[in-house]
Design a binder for this molecule. Structure first.
Ligand code: PGA
Length: 222
């Protein structure tokens, strides 16, 4: 049985109070509903300011979740106002999303910057999860985990088809990627159809990770 990755991306959402409530609800669901998660890697990527709190909430509620960040500085620690360096993130996270299409679109992130960020993550021992928008997206050297996230499917409720996801992810597998995920309007109803595809190792829900109930049911149905 393949190991399934479910990676929630909270983007720029939630206060400390909202995060605390989300965890209370998720912990209740884990207690009350049946879920076998031995073969599942569940990762949550909250915004930077919530990493210490979320880390202690995971511990407090004894949940089988790991932490990821949504971005990383392309530089080492130093005089880079507003940036968080990989070595600082390493205290909390095992994974980092790099090159999400929202970063490329709103923050002008180029393939070169994506490569610099990947290098920083790898240097700090954090697994980079590089987002690709199509089969033509460049993946930096040393990356083994990618997520295919077609722009039309992000936050629109209009997911790509599992067949398309399979085709794209298989091309990345052929190029040597070990873990290949699909993201874009993943929900509790469609997750199983993506997981049926052999090149789909997991999913990256954004919108539906904000609701603990929907996130739990994505995990349950994956
Ligand atoms: P979505 O976001 O689930 O809201 O479409 C996915 C993503 O951008 O990672």
């Amino acid at each position: 049985m393949k190991n399934t990755f479910i990676i929630g991306n909270w983007k720029s959402h939630k206060t400390s109070k909202e995060a605390t409530e989300w965890f209370e609800k998720l912990a209740t669901l884990f207690k009350e509903e049946t879920l076998s998660y031995e073969n599942k890697t569940i990762i949550l990527c909250p915004p930077f300011h919530l990493l210490p709190l979320v880390s202690s909430l995971i511990h407090e509620h004894q949940l089988p979740l790991q932490l990821g960040a949504q971005d990383v500085s392309p530089f080492e620690v130093g005089a880079y106002t507003g940036e968080v360096a990989a070595s600082q993130l390493r205290e909390y996270v095992d994974y980092v999303i790099i090159g999400h299409s929202e970063r490329r679109k709103y923050f002008g992130e180029s393939d070169e910057v994506v490569a610099q960020k990947t290098k920083q993550a790898l240097g700090a021992g954090i697994t980079p999860l590089v987002c690709v928008q199509s089969i033509d997206t460049t993946v930096p050297h040393g990356v083994s985990m990618i997520a295919y996230e077609p722009v039309f499917a992000i936050g629109t409720g209009n997911a790509d088809t599992p067949e398309d996801a399979e085709k794209v992810l298989q091309t990345f597998k052929d190029k040597g990627m070990q873990i290949t995920l699909y993201g874009g309007s993943v929900n509790p109803e469609n997750v199983a159809s993506f997981m049926k595809e052999s090149a789909v190792d997991g999913v990256l829900p954004g919108t539906d990770s904000l609701d603990p109930d929907l996130f739990f049911h994505i995990i349950q149905n994956s």
